[in-house]
Design a protein. Structure first.
Length: 278
C-alpha cells in the first residue's frame, strides 16, 4: 500500500526535520513538504523563561533538495519561500515583506551582508545561493491525487480548483477555514472539494490549539481537512514539526510530532514542563 507523509512548516528547524524523517513509517512513504522552509524565530517562550534554538535555513533546503532529487519526494512552495524566489527577481514588495517577516535575520544566516533590494537580489542570484534560488523558483503550488490535495495555505471555495489565485494558495487563512470568518462560532467551512485537503501556513497555536494539528470537518459526513503547521520556530513553547501519514484513500495511518528533537505521537498531550526538561 502506497502512503504519503505530509510535513508541515519547518522554518529553518533542520535538527527537528532530521528526527522526523528518521521515523520508519515516514521513511517508507513518499513525503510531501508543505512549504515555509526558511525564516523563523530563534526563541521558544515559556511562562517563566525563554530558550534559544538554532536556525539553519540552508540545512533545511539541502535536505529538501536531496529528497526531491533522489527520493522522489515533493516540496511545495510556501509564502516565505516565495519571498526568496521573488526577491531574487527584483520584487520590491517581496523584499520589503520578507525583511519584516524574518528576512533580515535569514539573510545573515545565508551569508548575505547587503540590506538593499539590489544587493540581496544579487546575492541570491549568484554563487553560492543561485542553485537554491533556482530550486525554490521551480517549486509547485499544489500536489494532488484523486483523493488528496496538498497546498500551503488553502483554497478559495468560490473558485474552481483549476482557477485558484496564486495569492490564495500561498496566503489564505480564515475564509478557507471557517463558514464565516467574521463569525467563527458558526464552525468550519464544508469541504466543497470532496477530497482530503492538507495545508500548513497558520500555526495551530494561533487558533488556540496545542495538539500539533487540526482536523476540520463541518459535520461527521464532511470529508476532513488537516492543518499541520505545528508552530515550528514560531516562538510557541510547544512549536515543532508535524508529519501526517495518509493512505492513498486519505485514511490516516500515523501522526507524529517533533519538538526539541524529541519524537511524539501526534495525539499525545505535551506540557510546558515536559518540553522545558527535555
Amino acid at each position: 500500500m502506497k502512503t504519503y507523509t505530509f510535513v508541515g512548516d519547518i522554518h529553518s528547524a533542520a535538527d527537528d526535520l532530521r528526527v522526523l524523517l528518521a521515523d520508519p513509517v515516514i521513511q517508507a512513504s513518499q513525503v510531501i513538504f508543505m512549504g515555509d522552509y526558511i525564516d523563523g524565530l530563534a526563541t521558544r517562550r515559556f511562562d517563566d523563561h525563554v530558550e534559544t534554538m538554532s536556525l539553519d535555513p540552508l540545512g533545511v533546503l539541502a535536505i529538501l533538495r536531496d529528497r526531491v532529487t533522489h527520493h522522489g519526494d515533493v516540496a511545495l512552495l510556501g509564502n516565505h519561500d516565495d519571498f526568496w524566489a521573488q526577491t531574487a527577481q527584483g520584487s520590491d514588495w517581496a523584499y520589503q515583506t520578507w525583511r519584516l517577516n524574518g528576512g533580515a535575520q535569514t539573510w545573515r544566516r545565508l551569508g548575505i551582508h547587503a540590506t538593499t533590494l539590489v544587493g540581496v537580489a544579487h546575492a541570491l542570484s549568484t554563487a553560492p545561493l543561485v542553485d537554491m534560488t533556482a530550486f525554490l523558483q521551480h517549486l509547485p503550488l499544489t500536489w494532488q491525487t484523486p483523493k488528496i490535495l496538498a497546498v500551503h495555505a488553502g483554497i478559495d471555495w468560490h473558485r474552481p480548483l483549476a482557477d485558484q489565485r496564486r495569492d490564495d494558495l500561498l496566503w489564505i487563512r480564515g475564509a478557507y477555514y471557517f463558514q464565516d470568518d467574521a463569525h467563527r462560532e458558526l464552525g468550519w467551512h464544508p469541504n466543497d472539494l470532496g477530497k482530503v485537503i492538507v495545508t500548513g501556513h497558520t500555526p495551530v497555536q494561533l487558533l488556540d490549539h496545542h495538539q500539533g494539528y487540526l482536523k476540520m470537518q463541518a459535520d461527521d459526513q464532511d470529508v476532513p481537512r488537516y492543518l499541520i503547521d505545528a508552530g515550528s520556530r514560531s516562538g510557541a513553547y510547544d512549536g515543532g514539526i508535524f508529519g501526517l501519514t495518509l493512505a492513498e484513500t486519505g485514511q490516516v495511518i500515523q501522526k507524529r510530532r517533533v519538538i526539541k528533537q524529541h519524537l511524539y505521537a501526534g495525539d499525545a498531550p505535551v506540557t510546558a514542563t515536559m518540553i522545558a526538561t527535555s
